[in-house]
Design a binder for this molecule. Structure first.
Ligand SMILES: O=C(O)CCC(=O)C(=O)O
Length: 255
């Protein structure tokens, strides 16, 4: 399974979607997880490289901030699948400490989160990421690992910007996909203009984090309002200006 993930993601070599699919098919009979992935993939209309054959529909729902809605970007089965593989990996969410650059828990973000990184980006997650790239008019390579966030009653993500201070390869765009909708309140809010949005499960929103000159756009300040009932689950993909690379391991940074 890991081999097929790496082939699809192009880690350690050129991305090879047909090779990744063939590897997964060989495992189908003895791996329920592989079979579940193939069942979901068979419902997607994909190009040879795993990207969608038809670009997802987009609708502008706010001018300031400029927010685009992708209705039913993910199917109910895809939302269920992401929740089922992400939930066992959930950890308390962290933020980047601006003074030390380290990831630390903080009351600004009381959700739990999981990242589908190198080892856990399976072919379904990979195809979802390629669909997000098509929806946002960017390349698959520009995206950071897909993150799942889960907010129980009382949890929130207070107003913040996704753009990073002093980062040359800036997070220019954010895509949020709603993976559940049976919860109270918990809207995504843009407090500078008062715009709020709460997608149905499967819907996605896209917004820009930087101005035309590349500096962080203050209008992109946004929050996940406190959830009052049930569990809100979303998937977020932060999209960089150019291809995203994992930072070098800590010991290299300290040299
Ligand atoms: O929970 C939300 O609606 C907002 C999430 C968010 O701010 C983010 O993922 O950057």
């Amino acid at each position: 399974l890991l081999h097929s993930n790496l082939l699809a993601g192009g880690l350690g070599g050129e991305a090879d979607w047909p090779g990744a699919l063939a590897t997964l098919r060989r495992l189908e009979a003895r791996s329920p997880q592989g079979a579940a992935q193939l069942a979901l993939l068979s419902e997607m209309a994909l190009e040879e490289d795993g990207s969608p054959r038809v670009a997802p529909a987009r609708r502008l729902i706010s001018e300031t901030p400029r927010v685009t809605l992708g209705e039913q970007l993910l199917s109910p089965a895809e939302c269920r699948y992401l929740r089922s593989i992400g939930t066992p990996m959930l950890q308390p969410s962290v933020i980047i400490d601006p003074h030390t650059g380290r990831m630390v828990p903080h009351p600004v973000r009381t959700s739990e989160g999981a990242a589908f990184g190198v080892h856990s980006e399976d072919l379904v997650v990979n195809a979802v990421n390629r669909r997000i790239a098509s929806f946002s008019g960017t390349s698959y390579e520009q995206g950071e690992p897909l993150q799942m966030l889960s907010y129980r009653a009382g949890a929130e993500y207070r107003p913040h910007m996704d753009a990073l201070g002093g980062e040359p390869n800036q997070r220019i765009l954010t895509v949020i996909v709603y993976l559940s909708d049976d919860y109270g309140d918990g809207e995504t809010a843009f407090p500078r203009t008062g715009f709020t949005v709460r997608g149905k499960a499967g819907d996605a929103i896209l917004f820009r984090n930087v101005l035309a000159d590349g500096r962080p756009d203050p209008i992109s300040l946004h929050a996940g309002r406190p959830v009052t009932r049930g569990t809100k689950v979303i998937a977020t993909r932060w999209i960089r200006r150019s291809a995203f690379r994992y930072p070098p391991p800590q010991p290299l940074l300290a040299l």
